[in-house]
Design a protein around this ligand. Structure first.
Ligand SMILES: [Zn+2]
Ligand SMILES: [Zn+2]
Length: 132
């Protein structure tokens, strides 16, 4: 199947790639540069990352959106709502998501205090019934 490269517009043939071989190799190299840079500079912002790696900001944002970077630019970092770990997207990290979907509650849970009032309720109900 022939198609146009998403990046340079060159015609190429591949069943599912959106980029021609040249661009996809270039993109892979850029991704590696960004990934390594962020790994070594964990406090870097998106702009700093783009400037230091020579990769276009738009491209760095694409990498961030793809969710394949383990370390994200500081100003693109989100935090897990449960454990506070840095995550790329969504509201909880993968670990917490697994715990949630597995039905297990997160480690820290407030102590519950409903048992007492519940019991009083039952006693009241029984008294009502015996009176009859
Ligand atoms: Zn191309
Ligand atoms: Zn978490």
């Amino acid at each position: 199947m022939l198609k146009n490269c998403d990046n340079c517009g060159k015609v190429f043939s591949h069943p599912n790639h959106k980029l021609c071989p040249t661009c996809s190799r270039e993109r892979k190299e850029e991704f590696e540069r960004v990934r390594i840079y962020l790994h070594e500079n964990k406090q870097a912002t998106l702009l700093e990352t783009a400037e230091s790696t020579g990769v276009a900001i738009k491209r760095v944002e694409e990498f961030v959106a793809e969710g394949r970077l383990s370390v994200l630019p500081r100003d693109r970092m989100r935090q897990c709502r449960i454990c506070g770990a840095g995550i790329g997207e969504g509201q909880v990290c993968r670990g917490c998501q697994q715990q949630l979907s597995g039905g297990k509650p997160p480690a820290a849970k407030p102590a519950r205090d409903e048992s007492k009032s519940g019991r009083i309720h039952i006693l009241d109900a029984r008294r009502e019934r015996t009176r009859d």
